[in-house]
Design a protein around this ligand. Structure first.
Ligand code: SR1
Ligand code: MG
Length: 402
């Protein structure tokens, strides 16, 4: 019989106490369940006498955000811990340390990052993170290059891909990002003032064609091991440090999906400045900061990915003149399309973002939501024409002037 059951706080303490090198044998441990995400339990275990702490994260057999009617495989906890271990090897310092895993209990014990803030909240509070673009472009370039056919042995990649078969979590993305927002699905959720905007989204055939092409890429293009859910709620941050958490959606998919997740969440925050910036001058300054960050994330990623390819590429034929430029241009186009898809789903789909949902005034919120939808749908429609990151930026800036 499986030993799986959702942990109590006392059980989380017992597990934590057995992790060597963290707590003193003497002092008492206390525990709080702090999970505010959509899927898991997160226990924060600490020792007041030493100041030591750690996190015990446990998967539930269903999606917490919906309830037991939406079952989800516990295997995602294994996938998350194995992805964290691979990411730590490829991009040292950019993910939390894993202390212990228990696949039967579907749990990972890891470093406590309470000295950091969740980036989404940090941005809402007006935070500026000068090293973020450098760190996240490093994370993206290294994890994606070294798990692609360009940077690892192609037969070993196929074997590794087997252990990252993640059907339940991929299904969430296939439905909630690439299907439901474009039809009158039960899972959708949006403010009533957006009904006409949703109707337009549901009947836009030009948009649906592009979404179908992006969905096909997500379903079939096993380019590299993705994080799979790289929004600003999956990033812990300070001015000096960036840590990527929560890779439970990891699977082999299209590289642009991870980059697009980062850019989409910066652009959702950009749209939310209708509220969070109090006057036109601070709004303009904040938006310029976000645009510079977007530019630096892409240009940093592109530069680093090309250097890795030139210096550590494993594939002879991939060195053919012109191939790298062709590949990078396709990555940019995919990134633009996925950025758009990841914006639209946060306005009309099941799971939203606090940057926009927490805007108290309905009219201001509607303006931010419509701006996010305008940017998102334009990016989706134009993704296959784009040839520079400046075009993505131009689409965002132009939409905010209308
Ligand atoms: C049912 S889970 C909803 C969303 O939360 C996760 O963070 C993913 O983005 C997923 O689509
Ligand atoms: Mg998550």
């Amino acid at each position: 019989m499986s030993k799986y059951h959702p942990l109590t706080e006392q059980e989380a303490i017992s597990i934590a106490r057995n992790i060597p090198g963290i707590f003193s044998g003497e002092g008492e441990l206390s525990c709080r369940e702090i999970g505010d995400g959509n899927l898991n339990l997160v226990f924060h275990v600490s020792q007041a006498s030493t100041g030591a702490s750690l996190i015990v994260k446990q998967a539930l057999p269903y999606a917490k955000v919906v309830g037991e009617s939406w079952p989800l495989s516990l295997d995602r906890a294994r996938i998350e811990s194995e992805a964290l271990i691979i990411e730590a090897r490829l991009a040292p310092g950019l993910v939390p340390k894993v202390y212990h895993t228990d696949h039967e209990l579907a749990l990972t014990v890891m470093e406590d990052l309470s000295s950091h803030v969740i980036m989404r909240q940090g941005l809402i509070d007006g935070g500026v993170y000068p090293l973020f673009a450098e760190h996240i472009s490093d994370f993206l370039a290294k994890t994606l290059f070294y798990t692609s056919d360009l940077g690892m042995n192609q037969q070993e990649k196929k074997v590794l891909a087997r252990s990252f078969s993640n059907p339940d979590l991929c299904k969430i993305t296939e439905d909630l990002i690439f299907d439901h927002p474009y039809t009158n699905a039960d899972t959708n959720s949006f403010d009533p003032h957006l009904q006409e905007d949703a109707d337009r989204l549901w009947s836009d055939a030009e948009l649906h064609l592009e979404v179908a092409l992006l969905r096909e890429k997500f379903l079939t293009h096993a380019q590299a091991l993705l994080h799979g859910d790289l929004h600003t709620g999956s990033i812990f941050i300070t001015e000096q440090s960036t840590k990527v958490i929560d890779p439970e959606f990891a699977y082999f998919g299209p590289i642009g999906f991870d980059i697009g997740a980062v850019l989409a969440n910066l652009l959702l925050h950009y749209a939310s400045q209708e509220h969070w910036s109090t006057d036109a001058a601070s709004r303009s300054e904040r938006r310029q900061y976000l645009i510079s960050t977007i530019r630096e994330v892409w240009t940093g990623f592109e530069r680093k990915f090309r250097v890795l390819w030139n210096e550590h590429g494993t594939d002879r034929i991939a060195k053919t003149a012109g191939y790298q430029d062709h590949y990078m241009n396709r990555l940019l186009q995919d990134t633009v399309g996925f950025t758009g898809a990841k914006m639209a789903r946060r306005i009309v789909g099941l799971a939203h973002v606090a940057d926009i949902d927490r805007i108290p005034d309905a009219d201001v919120r509607a303006t931010a939501q419509r701006l996010a939808l305008a940017i998102g749908t334009n990016l989706i429609k134009q993704n296959r024409q784009v040839s520079s990151i400046e075009e993505l930026i131009d689409i965002a800036v132009t939409a905010s002037k209308v």
